[in-house]
Design a protein around this ligand. Structure first.
Ligand code: SAM
Length: 281
């Protein structure tokens, strides 16, 4: 059933939160990201680790990719030259940067209304809703509605450098919706930065992980969240340039491996998972 109709959280958002928790719970330290708050938010029963999509061995590449992209976005925020004090998380799901990030930043989470309403209630239940730190703004990217206008109305200052992340979302959007979200980010103050994850067409992935991706694509379609936009790196760069960003670079899953996984002895690797476009205004 569609999350919009049921008031349930988006199933893909719950899954990525559980993968982040699984990384902390079962992978060797040092962890690329430590996030078990998403597991508390998900509120699943104790059998969650028996879910087929939580298979600890088969889904290693998935959870490696999920923690790598979140870590890269947080590192981009930490490194933002102008010292961005605003973070916009597009398609936030069960993202917990607002609860974990150690720096002084105001977070605006944009998400589909039903998933966000559910999250607001969960945050409140757990005593984690801090309005000084986190503002929740409901927007559907596929509706002709500007996330930037909605966030600005909710208190975002578009005239100050801002980091915008959009992780694990582009594949679920039409190209038009991706372009529109990028154009709005590109209209932010100079020095602002967008970190957008994108997935390549399956035939561009390493042969050994294609079956995993094909299974994931079929599962996504069956659960009512079909993959609508798979992008080559050239395609993703063209979309970001077309949206008006001054500088655009791609950080591939191989780059993420080199950055965060090269020294690991356990073979965990995000290669074949999401690549990132890092685009600067
Ligand atoms: C796979 S989850 C990723 C969540 C989070 N960014 C993460 O990395 O864990 C996809 C998210 O995109 C959101 N999303 C998908 N389509 C959307 C739309 N048309 N408008 C707003 N949000 C959307 C979903 O509600 C969900 O929270």
């Amino acid at each position: 059933m569609d999350a919009q109709q049921s008031g349930e959280p988006d199933a893909t958002a719950v899954r990525t939160a559980l993968w982040r928790a699984l990384h902390t719970l079962i992978d060797d330290a040092p962890h690329v990201l430590d996030d078990t708050i998403g597991l508390r938010l998900a509120g699943v029963d104790e059998t969650w680790r028996e879910r087929p999509d939580m298979d600890p061995v088969r889904t290693r590449p998935n959870r490696a990719s999920i923690v790598a992209r979140s870590r890269a976005a947080e590192d981009a925020l930490a490194a933002s030259g102008a010292g961005a004090r605003q973070l916009v998380v597009l398609g936030a799901g069960l993202d917990t940067t607002a609860q974990r990030y150690p720096g002084d930043v105001r977070v605006f989470e944009i998400d589909a209304p039903a998933t966000q309403a559910w999250k607001r209630a969960r945050l409140a239940d757990l005593g984690l809703l801090d309005p000084a730190r986190l503002t929740l703004v409901p927007v559907d990217f596929e509706v002709d509605e500007s996330w930037l206008s909605a966030a600005t109305e909710a208190g975002l200052n578009p005239a100050t450098p801002t980091v915008v992340s959009m992780l694990g979302v582009a594949m679920y959007l039409t190209r038009d919706a991706i372009s529109a979200t990028l154009r709005q980010a590109a209209s932010l103050a100079p020095g602002s930065m967008m970190v957008m994850g994108f997935s390549r067409p399956i035939e561009m992935a390493p042969a050994e992980i294609r079956p995993l991706l094909e299974g994931a694509a079929a599962g996504a379609a069956a659960s009512g969240h079909p993959w609508l936009s798979l992008l080559s790196p050239d395609d993703a760069v063209a979309l970001a340039r077309g949206a008006g960003f001054a500088e655009v670079q791609v950080v591939t899953s191989e780059d993420l491996h080199a950055r965060y996984f090269a020294d690991r002895a356990d073979g965990l690797s995000p290669v074949g998972g999401e690549d990132l476009v890092i685009a600067t205004v």
